[in-house]
Ligand binder design. Structure first.
Ligand SMILES: [Zn+2]
Length: 118
């Protein structure tokens, strides 16, 4: 006799946009480290463990200045990931329609923005 297992409660409804586009997912999985660009921004690619969305993360900090730490996180199409270099990250983020930002530079606030990233 077959008993249907109930769906796990945290399973998103099909077709629902993943909540990682509302707030940055706190357990994004490392996909690839791209290293540093010319401005010593640390660039990495991450994926959402729930929807598989690819995220480009750019972390920048001037060690001589307090509260200068800032990060940017933008959703990019998976086909853009292969061959991407750290040097391209800033321009790619600035070309997106929106990205998350946060860090001590923003008093720890997290928000959405677009345009130049500093
Ligand atoms: Zn997601």
């Amino acid at each position: 006799m077959a008993i249907e297992a109930p769906e796990p409660a945290e399973q998103p409804e099909p077709g629902d946009p993943c909540r990682c586009t509302e707030t940055p997912h706190d357990r994004l999985q490392p996909h690839r480290e791209l290293g540093m660009d010319q401005r010593y921004g640390q660039v990495s690619l991450l994926t959402c463990p729930e929807c598989g969305q690819l995220w480009l993360r750019y972390h920048y900090e001037q060690e001589a200045f307090t509260a200068s730490g800032r990060w940017y996180l933008g959703a990019i199409p998976a086909q853009q990931a292969p061959g991407m270099t750290a040097e391209q990250a800033k321009a790619i983020l600035e070309g997106l329609s929106w990205y998350f930002y946060g860090g001590s530079f923003y008093d720890g606030r997290i928000g959405k923005a677009c345009g130049p990233i500093w």
